[in-house]
Design a protein. Structure first.
Length: 112
């Protein structure tokens, strides 16, 4: 009987120590995950700033004209296409009339 009591006591001490060690391990893991979260948030913010910089319309227009040789369409190069209203005058629900602008390519036939 005394042996069983000592064995149960040792088991309880072992379980208590194991739980404490596990709690410390989980605490370290939580701190590591918090650091990782902070690093990822900082990277996200840097990427948002970079995206905003790269997608600025002024920058894109400047690159298009300087590096790609693009220019704004001249008078007569834009063709406006409008959809016709239905004969009954009733428009189906959920469909909006849209104006579509298409630029015409007037390059000589040898160029792409």
């Amino acid at each position: 009987m005394k042996t069983v009591t000592v064995f149960l006591g040792l088991c309880l001490v072992f379980v208590f120590v194991w739980e404490r060690v596990d709690m410390v391990r989980i605490g370290y893991q939580i701190e590591r995950l918090k650091r990782d979260k902070t690093v990822l948030e900082r990277q996200r913010d840097e990427l948002r700033v970079k995206f905003s910089t790269l997608s600025a319309s002024d920058r894109i227009a400047k690159l298009a004209t300087e590096k790609l040789g693009m220019s704004l369409p001249q008078q007569g190069q834009i063709i406006v296409v409008q959809s016709r209203p239905r004969p009954s005058g009733v428009q189906p629900s959920g469909i909006a009339l849209v104006e579509l602008k298409v630029a015409r390519n007037d390059l000589p036939s040898g160029r792409f």
